[in-house]
Design a protein around this ligand. Structure first.
Ligand SMILES: Cc1cc2nc3c(=O)[nH]c(=O)nc-3n(C[C@H](O)[C@H](O)[C@H](O)COP(=O)(O)OP(=O)(O)OC[C@H]3O[C@@H](n4cnc5c(N)ncnc54)[C@H](O)[C@@H]3O)c2cc1C
Length: 476
């Protein structure tokens, strides 16, 4: 097992992928990086979940949902059905494999499942990467592997909250070949354009959950993923797919700047000076010194810009109809010297495609947005609010007014919760341990991508492919 783990860790994709995101952030957003910003809690609006009747056999129900969606030919009907799927609060989408048992009984049943002379794997975190890993391992090993997937975003024991992140993705379908069932690729190819998945992350997660269910992956939805009962199980390998929440590394406090640092030149990124009109931004690598230093502390590395940790607050405007793209680009071209706005034209089929605008925020804007509103926030509501208009940069208000009456497929334009990009990279020279088993990090448990560069999900999925190939090499 030691050798298998070492080979998995030898895939050093994350070193360069994470670095690209850091360099990109200082080149594009140097004006907005502010180490004084502190992460604030987000106020969430009430969610509206929908019930529907489905087979009492949860595996059959998963198959039925996928078959129903697969046969939709019309892109608008398909997109709407996918969106509706994410709002379902039905057992196939929100209930685990141990319903009816107490927590203790559930762990005991999970242990029994994880025995039996097969390769036994525990995955912590049922986000996109955890689900993709489970799917990839089932594709490779089918009945020769037992997979238990834990998720702690629960309403009660056994009940997961529906997936909510309505963020369009930028992942080419080709990277999923061999990792997911063909039916999923068929659906992605129909709704995405140019060979991309295109759809929201919560759609990707919901489809993967249904698929994993029928491939025989077992789920346990429980608040505490660290049960001592696991010690007696036959788990051979643990994957941390928790987005770096399960065993997060310690951050140094305060910074000791005499600690080991390496300087990295932003020119490494290889961008030419110029205007990246399609995104509304300008990149000027040589205009001023925008190099970063890397700060290493135990197994954690993160970038310093001007000797301070990189912290960048942003706001995402979602559901913008694709027809607005040209209008937005020409508006932004006139007023974006500091790269406050970043525009991405989306990769869904034309009938359903949408644009997102990412707005970099000052500390004052970020604090105001976190403190006063519930998210997601309707754009129409926001611009009616005097305090909002007073707090935000005038250019943002002009842009929001341009979008005020727009909607796509009856979905109004929304402001998604403001967020903070605090980049990190967790060094994996040797595997961590969990209850005496090797603990292998995947996805955002290794590093977080820069949303504007889109350097997160796709490289993480390629790493899943590497894990699949490595396990096939050693265990087949
Ligand atoms: C604010 C923000 C905006 C983004 N916008 C976009 C975008 O528009 N498009 C895009 O493609 N990408 C975007 N990304 C990047 C994308 O979200 C990540 O690449 C992706 O979510 C990483 O997937 P993951 O499965 O590694 O981690 P996550 O998505 O974080 O999933 C981790 C899962 O583990 C669960 N979990 C956490 N702790 C535990 C525990 N202790 N036990 C059990 N379960 C646990 C969580 O509930 C979650 O379900 C964004 C990221 C952020 C932070």
């Amino acid at each position: 097992m030691q050798q298998v783990v070492q080979e998995i860790l030898s895939d050093q994709y994350a070193d360069s992928a994470s670095l690209r995101g850091w360099l990109f952030s200082v080149l594009v957003d140097g004006k907005f990086i502010d180490d004084q910003i502190t992460k604030s809690p987000i106020r969430k609006g009430s969610s509206q979940w929908v019930n529907c009747s489905e087979s009492a056999d949860i595996t059959q129900a998963a198959t039925d949902h996928l078959a129903r969606i697969q046969q939709l030919g019309d892109v608008v009907a398909l997109y709407t059905a996918l969106d509706d799927l994410t709002r379902l609060n039905t057992p196939s989408l929100t209930q685990d494999s141990f319903a009816g048992l107490t927590e203790q009984q559930s762990w005991q049943a999970a242990n029994e499942f994880l025995a039996g002379g097969k390769f036994n794997v525990l995955i912590v975190g049922a986000g996109p990467v955890g689900l993709l890993l489970a799917s990839a391992l089932k594709q490779a090993f089918n009945n020769q592997i037992n997979i238990l997937l834990l998720e702690n975003r629960v309403s009660t024991l056994h009940h997961k909250l529906p997936y909510e992140r309505r963020w369009i993705t930028n992942v080419p379908c080709v990277v999923l070949h061999g990792l997911v069932e063909d039916i999923l690729l068929e659906i992605f190819n129909k709704v995405g354009a140019g060979g991309n998945i295109g759809c929201n992350i919560n759609v990707l997660e919901s489809l993967l959950l249904l698929s994993c269910r029928r491939l025989g992956v077992k789920f346990l939805f429980v608040e505490n993923s660290d049960s001592p009962l696991l010690q007696n199980s036959a788990v051979q390998m643990v994957f941390d797919a928790s987005g770096n929440r399960f065993q997060p590394p310690l951050w140094p406090h305060p910074l000791n700047l005499s600690t080991f640092q390496t300087k990295v030149e932003t020119t490494l990124l290889g961008f030419n000076s110029g205007s990246y009109l399609a995104y509304g931004i300008t990149i000027t690598p040589t205009r001023q010194n925008r190099d970063i230093s890397l700060y290493a502390y135990n197994n954690l590395t993160f970038p310093l810009y001007k000797n301070k940790p990189v912290k960048l607050a942003m706001l995402k405007i979602i559901n913008i109809p694709a027809a607005m793209y040209g209008i937005l680009v020409s508006y932004i071209a006139r007023c974006n010297i500091d790269n406050k706005f970043y525009i991405w034209k989306g990769t869904l089929q034309a009938e359903v495609n949408q644009v997102i605008v990412i707005v970099s925020l000052s500390k004052t804007e970020y604090d105001h947005l976190c403190k006063h509103y519930d998210y997601p926030l309707r754009l129409a509501e926001a611009i009616k609010t005097e305090a909002f208009v007073m707090a935000m940069d005038k250019r943002t208000i002009t842009l929001l007014n341009m979008l005020a009456d727009q909607e796509i497929l009856h979905e109004p334009i929304m402001l998604d919760a403001p967020f903070l990009y605090e980049p990190y990279f967790v060094n994996r020279a040797t595997a961590d341990q969990f209850q005496g088993r090797p603990l292998v990090r995947v996805g955002d448990s290794i590093y977080n991508g820069n949303v504007k560069l889109g350097n997160g999900l796709t490289p993480h999925i390629q790493h899943v492919k590497h894990i699949q190939a490595t396990l096939q090499k050693f265990l087949s």
